[in-house]
Write a protein that binds this ligand. Structure first.
Ligand SMILES: [Mg+2]
Length: 415
């Protein structure tokens, strides 16, 4: 079997995502998506990766990873290049699974579990779309169905009850973000913040006042009041805080026993993360911002996190993420898989989580599962009682809907 074509698809409705397809002369096609700066990723794929792959055996996955990575490493490239490599790698695993007639988790070495727990990341359908130019509060301010981002600020207790009734026993929220952003952040963030307090003065994540802290703690009070300890609460920090502020927030959250504090600081200073972990009893999770074994290594060596978060199409694809899982296991750390972007990344994470002995969660966004993903792929992963079931079809177990190539404004490039 040989790789014949690499295809990238950009849809204006999903402006941060690039969809990738690897085609073969056997008629098998592997799919993936990756998020952020899609044009730069497409440039990497067509200009650089395609000439290295076309005509080669798609099943030599480990070799292709190393060949592509070595040149990326020479150029000190990590962002767009590594996301492109990650997406290509997921496509190749999809092809391998289809060629073997088995789900990807099976060709990874089999299932250690038949399902993986999930929790609801409380973003709305427009979370990723509206977040252009800002992080944290991507919302158009509409109070539509599954607009869980607004719900966790306005009616957190009710939202917790609603999720519990669906069988979901974990929810992730980020009620501290709006204090951290500098004035002049993205328009969507400004619109959102204005809904709550137009006069708030941001301290840029370097401090938080007692009044802002009090207000940001309110959702935690209401969730515990409404559902007690039936709900696990994950706290997202989006890397916005400096160490003293992160410590202040962590200590204030201790009484609510959160499942974890995620990326309270950017993962660009592992020593600071280790200091945060030493300074609080809350479990520290890091980080979807890290990529490849080489970045996870210091995190583990310096004992800077309790739980390791991995995004399959940011960190190096399925090949690399399986190794990161194994590395985390050496340090007695569980892993959690990231999803807040595209459906094929979610599938890649589920297969990894079904196979990795130390996986504890696969993230999901119910708004994406119900509004965005059905608009993009042929199959959706099955959630039963708060767990993703192991996919049963060969490969990833889903494919891009064929019509997306002809949608208005779609940009399709083929090498
Ligand atoms: Mg996160």
């Amino acid at each position: 079997m040989k790789i014949t074509r690499l295809e990238t698809i950009y849809l204006p409705d999903y402006p941060s995502i690039l969809f990738v397809a690897v085609h073969t002369d056997a008629g098998l096609t592997g799919y993936a998506d990756t998020c952020y700066m899609p044009e730069a990723v497409a440039g990497y794929i067509h200009q650089f990766a395609a000439p290295m792959l076309i005509g080669h055996d798609p099943l030599a996955i480990e070799l292709h990873w190393r060949r592509l990575y070595e040149v990326i490493a020479h150029t000190v490239g990590k962002g767009a290049e590594l996301r492109g490599l990650s997406a290509i790698d997921v496509c190749l695993w999809d092809i391998l699974g289809q060629a073997a007639g088995m789900p990807v988790w099976q060709v990874l070495g089999g299932a250690v579990r038949d399902r993986i727990r999930t929790y609801n990341t409380c973003g709305g359908p427009n979370y990723g779309r509206a977040a252009k130019g800002s992080v944290g509060y991507g919302t158009d301010g509409a109070h539509g169905k599954y607009e869980d981002l607004i719900a966790f600020m306005e009616r957190p207790g009710e939202l917790a009850q609603e999720l519990l009734a669906e069988g979901l026993t974990g929810m992730k929220l980020w009620p501290f973000d709006y204090v951290a952003h500098y004035p002049g952040g993205g328009d969507n963030w400004r619109a959102f913040r204005g809904m709550f307090d137009p006069n708030i003065r941001s301290l840029g994540g370097h401090d938080i006042t007692a009044a802002d802290m009090n207000r940001a703690l309110e959702p935690f009070r209401q969730i515990r009041k409404a559902v007690g300890d039936k709900m696990e609460i994950m706290v997202e920090g989006h890397g916005l805080w400096s160490l003293p502020a992160a410590l202040k927030i962590a200590r204030a959250l201790e009484e609510f026993s959160p499942a974890w504090l995620e990326d309270m600081m950017r993962a660009d200073d592992i020593d600071a993360l280790a200091e945060l972990r030493q300074g609080t009893t809350c479990p520290i999770l890091a980080s979807e911002y890290l990529a490849t074994r080489y970045e996870y290594k210091p995190l583990l060596e310096k004992q800077a996190a309790d739980i390791v978060m991995i995004d399959p199409t940011w960190a190096g694809g399925i090949t690399e993420c399986k190794k990161v899982c194994a590395m985390a296991e050496v340090y007695k750390r569980p892993v959690a898989m990231h999803d807040c972007t595209g459906p094929l990344t979610l599938y890649a994470g589920i297969h990894l989580a079904i196979n990795a002995t130390n996986a504890i969660y696969q993230e999901s966004v119910r708004a994406y599962m119900r509004v965005n993903y059905p608009d993009l792929v042929t199959e959706l992963p099955v959630i039963e009682n708060g767990n993703f079931l192991a996919p049963t079809k060969p490969g990833l177990g889903t494919a891009l809907l064929p019509d997306i190539r002809t949608r208005e404004g779609a940009v399709v490039r083929v090498s």
